[in-house]
Design a binder for this molecule. Sequence first.
Ligand SMILES: [Zn+2]
Length: 122
Amino acid sequence: MPRQSSTSIAAIVSQFVDQLSGALEEEALNRAREAVLSAVGGGTRRGPGRPAGPQRGPGRPPGRPRKKPPIQYCPVPGCTNRAAPVFGMLCSEHKGLPKAKVKKYRADRRAEREKAKEKAKT
Ligand SMILES: [Zn+2]
């Protein structure tokens, strides 16, 4: 039983190969042209002095967002300013306060909070 179709398949394949090699050649030419253009400076894809790839600013490593501590307020009674670690967890107004006083304020505040808790419970 002769295989008639095999010859036609071979013809199709060879035709396809011809087309493919032609297309590949064209693409290679295009790429070469592009490369030459961008090397010469005719490329408009990116500006000068700008490196490829994602740029990250200096500082913390990527993928780990900075965890913000809860906002703390100045322990001085009547003061509603926010405390900052640079001021010893006091506000900028009370940063010069002696530590003993601050400690007392904190203790007072804690006692008050405990009292409020007890009240809420009962
Ligand atoms: Zn304060």
